[in-house]
Design a protein around this ligand. Structure first.
Ligand code: ADP
Ligand code: ZN
Ligand code: ZN
Length: 733
């Protein structure tokens, strides 16, 4: 018989790779679960943790539906704000909502653990319970025991303590149903109120004052671009703009690009304000992360500082969102839910109706364009704080430099001078390891990864060849695997070789190397940065880990190696990223009394973009790059999405994409580029092909994505391939 009576179904977001909510029946004779609570559901033959997304009366065959197995949370874990943010992310990135939630929740919550901070929830007797007779419960000895215990402790007992005393939760819940006990959240014992300010702020410059005033004057959704040159005191603007909000007990969410920057920024915030600061980043244990998340949700933390995923932190009293170094590529997640934390920050501020600041000395061209056409308010800081002068940028023509020498004689001389003057020099090279290539001098063989179409990097200290894409390692072969010659050699340099060369050249000098290899041990990065901050004469050798945000007071020289290769890159964002990186590295120099000097070593010194860059004016470089982008309709003048397929056989991915890449039914104006093999054609043993979508406006582009994904998922080859979609991709490799 067809179903005719509507039944009440619960819509649940389940972590499954399908873009839909799933229907379940409520648990019989239990209250309807509250939206935003986690629940346990059967899914296929597994039990998964989902989130209750809604309820509706629906005409369905109830016999086909399963009941929810268990409600995990008593109070909603996700509030309306976070649920709306998740929904936006799911729609915008065409991603399953259940999987979005898996990205949002800390691991322990995803696994179904209780969302409790120890000692925060207490069971207490009600007035009725105080006079209840334990003897009435002789048939329920566990409830009796619980009641007696609570009557001995009329002030209440923490839930976790009761669990530790073997009082079962079911017994307490039964007493709760009788109206004898309640579970209540006990406010944390706040220390005696102290005044907010822990330190007297410096007097803001006129430019800073104007920016602070503009931000403080915004009481609803207002996106700001704080476009201030390196060392112009952007952090000081954040601090002073935050003060009145903290005074009103509001919370501030601050995103920073690198885990390496968090301890330093946390210290700076804690020095200024007497409010709890919590940091959320990938270096935390699961339990620490859960705690930070829950404390933010309860409003216990005034300032929440974190890397990209912190954009999903629940906030009890949101006041302001800040994205520091908002151009940074680490704000984009490159797997799973491929989101831009910068874009989500603006979206979340809109949902919360609060201001948001994107701060950068080298804003992404997308952000800059939005500011230029008035969608964001453009605040500028054109002068360095505290009388520091901007650095001088000089081009070092390296066309005649032998290939085996990473540093020109002139650069070496400048480094020696700097050390003689008791200052620090930074040598920047965005390539870790000893050397990026091992090859045979006789037959030309080159060491490549077995799984990926890339060269292996020689890591001398580990005596290994390592793939920087999949992590695979190999021993160094004793002779050429192709021609058996023992005439093997390396070409090019990484930070490890640079360190060795510099140490050989200047044996008495302190060298501080900062890259992912040298900072693998917990605490080693913080130790290296502390050493650099101390200002003692030293050479800093490092990758982009050293380029971001740091303030090294005694650093007066930077030598930049092979950074200009980005200007010649096939990726259309190459020149933008190269320009940003060079200016950010340059910006580490001369931040106090002694002006900074920057030597940009280049084998293409005639490149026009490099000459624009030498002025140090990012705005001019941006003008030139935006002009090029406008001519070809690339972002921010058009919008991109990338569908990438990985397959065991090279033809499968290409023919799958070829079959779906038909323009028929697609909205007008949307262009398809490809399919083509990805620039890195093989990775982790799978062939990669890609199809790029370019549209002048977002809505038709998103309609086109829907059509192409529908074709893709119903194609028989899709089952043999892995695929993903990247909306607003930043990496086309
Ligand atoms: P940015 O974030 O723009 O790179 P910072 O906020 O780190 O710059 O400021 C650079 C340096 O200048 C810091 O040492 C900071 O304490 C100092 N500074 C910032 N604003 C002022 C000010 N108004 N007066 C004095 N010093 C300042
Ligand atoms: Zn050979
Ligand atoms: Zn590999």
């Amino acid at each position: 018989m067809p179903p005719s009576q509507p039944v009440l179904v619960v819509k649940v977001a389940v972590p499954a790779p399908l873009r839909q909510l799933f229907d379940y029946l409520p648990i019989k004779e239990a209250a309807l679960p509250t939206v935003g609570c986690r629940c346990e559901v059967s899914f296929g033959n597994r039990v998964l943790v989902g989130v209750v997304w809604g309820h509706e009366q629906s005409i369905v065959d109830a016999s086909k539906l399963k009941s929810i197995r268990r409600i995990i949370d008593e109070q909603p874990l996700l509030d309306a704000d976070l649920m709306a943010l998740c929904e936006h992310a799911a729609n915008y990135y065409h991603h399953p909502i259940g999987d979005v939630i898996a990205t949002v929740l800390p691991v322990l919550l995803r696994q179904g653990n209780e969302a409790l901070l120890p000692g925060r929830l207490e069971w207490q007797l009600t007035a009725q319970g105080r006079f209840a007779q334990p003897s009435a419960l002789t048939r329920a000895p566990r409830q009796q025991q619980a009641l007696e215990l609570l009557q001995q402790h009329p002030a209440g007992l923490p839930a976790d303590m009761l669990a530790g005393l073997d009082i079962q939760r079911t017994a307490l819940v039964a007493l709760e149903k009788k109206g004898w006990v309640t579970l209540s959240e006990v406010a944390t014992t706040t220390s005696a109120p102290r005044s907010l300010m822990a330190a007297v702020p410096p007097t803001a410059s006129t430019e800073q004052q104007a920016a602070i005033k503009a931000i403080q004057g915004a009481h609803s959704f207002t996106p700001f671009l704080l476009d201030g040159i390196t060392g112009s005191g952007k952090t000081e603007v954040y601090l002073q703009a935050m003060a009145p909000l903290l005074e009103q007990n509001k919370q501030i969410l601050v995103l920073v690009p690198e885990i390496g920057l968090t301890p330093q920024t946390v210290r700076r915030f804690e020095k200024r304000f007497n409010v709890p600061v919590i940091s959320l980043h990938s270096g935390l244990t699961d339990r620490e992360r859960l705690h930070g998340w829950l404390r933010a949700r309860r409003g216990e933390a005034g300032i929440i500082l974190g890397t990209r995923s912190a954009i999903f932190t629940p906030l009890a009293r949101p006041g302001l969102i800040i994205v520091d170094e908002a151009h940074d590529s680490s704000l984009k997640q490159q797997d799973g839910l491929r989101y831009s934390a910068r874009d989500l920050a603006v979206w979340r501020a809109r949902l919360l109706d609060i201001p948001v600041i994107l701060g950068s000395a080298t804003p992404a061209l997308e952000t800059l364009q939005l500011a230029r056409n008035g969608r964001y308010r453009h605040l500028k800081l054109n002068e360095r704080a505290g009388n520091a002068a901007p650095p001088t940028l000089l081009l070092e023509d390296c066309r005649a430099l032998p290939g085996r020498d990473p540093l020109s004689p002139n650069s070496l001389k400048a480094i020696e001078e700097t050390l003689k003057n008791k200052q620090q020099a930074l040598v920047f090279l965005n390539r870790r390891g000893y050397s990026p290539l091992i090859h045979c001098h006789d037959c030309g063989w080159e060491a490549e990864c077995n799984n990926c179409s890339v060269h292996l990097t020689w890591h001398k200290s580990d005596n290994r060849l390592v793939c920087h894409h999949c992590g695979a390692q190999q021993r160094i072969p004793p002779h050429c695997p192709k021609c058996k010659s023992s005439n093997l050699g390396d070409a090019g340099s990484g930070t490890e070789k640079l360190e060795e060369l510099l140490q050989a050249h200047l044996p008495d000098c302190t060298i501080i190397r900062v890259d992912r290899d040298s900072t693998r041990r917990k605490g080693s990065l913080d130790a290296a940065l502390k050493k650099a901050h101390s200002g003692a004469p030293a050479i800093l050798v490092g990758t982009q880990m050293l380029a971001k945000g740091h303030h090294f007071p005694n650093l007066t020289l930077a030598v930049i190696l092979s950074a200009d290769s980005g200007f010649l890159s096939s990726d259309f964002r190459g020149p933008e990223h190269a320009g940003q990186l060079i200016l950010q590295v340059a910006g580490r120099t001369g931040r106090e009394k002694i002006p900074g000097r920057v030597l940009i070593q280049s084998r293409h010194p005639e490149h026009p973009m490099l000459h624009i860059l030498l002025s140090g004016d990012y705005g001019k470089l941006a003008d030139a790059l935006l002009g090029e982008r406008r001519d070809i309709g690339l972002p921010p003048f058009g919008h991109l999405a990338l569908i990438r397929v990985e397959s065991a056989k090279v033809e499968e991915g290409m023919s799958l994409l070829g079959d779906i890449a038909q323009l028929e039914d697609l909205p007008e104006g949307v262009q398809l580029l490809g399919p083509i093999p990805a620039p890195i054609e093989r990775r982790q043993g799978r062939f990669r092909s890609q199809l790029l979508l370019l549209g002048p406006d977002r809505p038709p582009l998103h309609r086109a994505i829907d059509i192409l994904l529908a074709r893709l998922t119903s194609h028989p080859l899709a089952r043999r391939c892995r695929w993903h979609l990247d909306v607003d991709p930043t990496d086309l490799l």
